[in-house]
Write a protein that binds this ligand. Structure first.
Ligand code: AMP
Length: 289
């Protein structure tokens, strides 16, 4: 059974003990309502480090939409069970007042990353992500930290923190785990019924349609037009953005060339639930067209 810890004080004692044995620590931050995507992060952490520490904390400072925060699913007991079965060693589940004991005065600015994709549509979100990640890094002092490709821009934000603050932490990107329908697993999927889950698969189909059309030589403009049409024609889903970007910088690609590493990034609403997804691939022109 993993050790379940709720206070910073107890966590510090556990970390001190682990460090005294010179054991390495893999950190997996989550907001709970765990699914196989989260567990994949834990399994990967187990493979790389001596001790795996998962955190469950629905971080209020990263929610620009307070209704979304209120509705965020909480399944603590089931989460602990899943983490036990996955071989997690320590689970840190603090209350909000434990983490934010006083009002935070510091603000983080990630430059252009805040102006694009998720940053553009969720003002203040990455400041909140940066704050909680820095707090967890400070508390856990991990050797490595694990984040999912599903939140690709979040991964870039954390890379920026590590680089700009010279943190001695190795960052690991874990691929997206999907349902058999192609829908990216997400805690928010719990808020959808079967019909809505089916509609949500439009997101994955659109990503693949766009990739296929790019490879076939369609211009970005044509691809984006076609994607927008797919969303318009499907009832019950509303596209927020769909972008073709450079995988590394996440900046929009105006022209794609052989060998480019591209990411297609999308956000859409189904039944008022905001879902994001992406695919990454190397652009290779189709030779038979
Ligand atoms: P969350 O609980 O949604 O904040 O997610 C915690 C971590 O799990 C983040 O690093 C996410 O990117 C990652 N994650 C969420 N969904 C998936 C998924 N379907 N596949 C892989 N990683 C995921």
């Amino acid at each position: 059974m993993p050790q379940v810890i709720r206070s910073k004080y107890d966590l510090k004692a556990v970390i001190k003990n682990i460090k005294s044995k010179r054991a390495s620590i893999g950190l997996v931050p989550t907001m709970g309502a765990l699914h196989q995507g989260h567990l994949q992060l834990v399994e990967t952490a187990n493979q790389h480090y001596d001790v795996t520490i998962a955190t469950i904390f629905v971080n209020p400072t990263q929610f620009n939409n307070k209704a979304d925060l209120k509705k965020y699913p909480k399944t603590e007991e089931a989460d602990i069970e899943k983490l036990s079965a996955t071989g997690c060693d320590v689970i840190f589940i603090p209350e909000v007042k434990e983490i934010y004991q006083k009002e935070v005065t510091i603000g983080l600015n990630f430059g252009y990353l805040e102006e694009i994709l998720e940053g553009k549509h969720r003002p203040g979100h990455f400041n909140g992500v940066g704050l909680i990640v820095m707090k967890l890094f400070g508390l856990v002092e991990p050797t490595g930290a694990f984040f999912g490709q599903k939140d690709l821009q979040q991964f870039r934000i954390v890379s920026t923190l590590i680089a700009d603050f010279d943190l001695p932490i190795k960052l690991h990107l874990v691929p997206i785990i999907r349902e058999t329908s192609g829908l990216a697993m997400s805690s928010r999927n719990r808020r959808l019924n079967d019909a809505e889950l089916k509609i949500a698969t439009t997101i994955y189909s659109a990503l693949h349609l766009a990739k296929a059309q790019l490879i076939e030589g369609y211009t970005q403009e044509m691809v984006l037009d076609n994607v927008e049409r797919v969303f318009r024609e499907e009832n019950g889903i509303e596209l927020e953005y769909f972008e073709i970007v450079d995988e590394e910088t996440l900046l929009s690609k105006t022209k794609v060339s052989e060998g480019d590493r591209l990411a297609l990034c999308v956000a859409a609403f189904v039944a008022g639930v905001r879902l994001i997804d992406n695919i990454i691939f190397e652009y290779k022109e189709c030779k038979y067209r």
